[in-house]
Design a protein around this ligand. Structure first.
Ligand code: SF4
Length: 319
């Protein structure tokens, strides 16, 4: 199911896709696309994945330009890992409420309170916060990264729900930052219980950014890439999914013979699970980015080495 929007492709989606394809060749551009992006954007992508997969891919992109269809912290990570490329975020306002929930002053204060703790920071963080961290993680490798730290205490931010998910599985003391993603916080336990009544035979899979009581009630707690892999292996026909709608749309395309619904009591509430930062990017944004070369990401020199070290630590641990 491909979504079309007037603003994205006034001349028709196929014509817009043809223009993007021609411009990509002309500019020598490679398009990385997060799982939460709109389906129309995924159609022009060279690689689609979660934050970890896209970070790993960004390191080896040979093209001159990387157009990152996602949000700012992702494009910053790509620039850290492949600094000679022009990394373009097609919509400069595509930020992340979760990443913005922690700043360097807050993290410094927490480090002062817990001087023996290592700092593991979720990739959903801004570059100045990454620079103060020992290692970065994604939802697919958070436990592995925390376990790899040579300390008994680990400061973990900025998502408190992912922190709680990790804390349940490790013997280390996890000290959480109290941030959360407003999209995943939409899901509540009563909502999930009502959704289960509506679709009683559904398998419930939620993201670890969902509240802890929702995670406990779910059948599986998985990152977006793990959701795609796991659904592919399962025999279930109906699923209730607790994450951003872009991933649910991707699953619907991959498995047209199965049913996927957001963890929501009304089946028509897809919009409630849409991240406005992710959905700000359309084909029109990609066309403009390829045409103008704007907005190119720059990394302040003061944060570059520290942030890169923390991201590379994650990639080493995740090997
Ligand atoms: S879904 Fe949440 S964590 Fe992801 S980009 Fe949007 S606000 Fe940030």
């Amino acid at each position: 199911m491909i979504q079309t929007t007037d603003r994205s492709a006034p001349e028709g989606i196929d014509a817009a896709i043809a223009r993007v394809t021609a411009l990509k060749r002309e500019r020598d551009a490679f398009l990385l696309c997060h799982n939460y992006q709109a389906q129309e954007v995924k159609r022009v992508a060279d690689a689609i994945g979660d934050s970890f997969q896209l970070s790993a891919r960004a390191r080896t992109v040979p093209a001159k330009w990387i157009v990152f269809c996602g949000v700012r912290f992702m494009a910053e990570t790509a620039k850290l890992l492949n600094p000679s490329k022009r990394v373009i975020l097609p919509e400069s306002k595509a930020g992340c409420d979760l990443a913005d929930s922690i700043g360097p002053e807050g993290l410094r204060a927490l480090k002062t309170q817990h001087p023996r703790a290592r700092v593991v920071m979720y990739i959903n963080s801004n570059v100045e916060v990454k620079a103060l961290s020992d290692a970065i993680c994604t939802s697919s490798n958070a436990l592995k990264v925390v376990e790899a730290m040579d300390s008994e205490e680990v400061i973990f931010g900025p998502d408190r729900n992912l922190a709680a998910h990790v804390a349940k599985q490790t013997s280390k003391r996890v000290i959480p930052w109290a941030g959360s993603c407003p999209i995943h916080e939409v899901f509540t336990l009563p909502m999930l219980q009502r959704a289960r009544k509506n679709v009683p035979d559904a398998c419930v899979i939620v993201h670890p950014e969902c509240p802890s009581d929702v995670q406990e009630e779910a059948d599986e707690v998985l990152s977006t890439s793990q959701m795609i892999e796991t659904v592919g292996r399962m025999k279930a026909r109906r699923f209730l999914i607790g994450t951003e709608i872009g991933l649910i749309e991707q699953l619907r395309e991959l498995h047209p013979d199965r049913e996927f619904w957001p963890v929501y009591e009304h089946k028509s509430c897809d919009e409630a699970c849409a991240c406005p930062h992710m959905k700000i990017t359309g084909l029109h944004s990609v066309l403009r980015a390829l045409d103008t070369g704007k907005e190119a990401i720059t990394i302040p020199e003061a944060h570059r080495a520290g942030a890169l070290r923390a991201v590379e630590r994650m990639l080493e641990i995740g090997k």
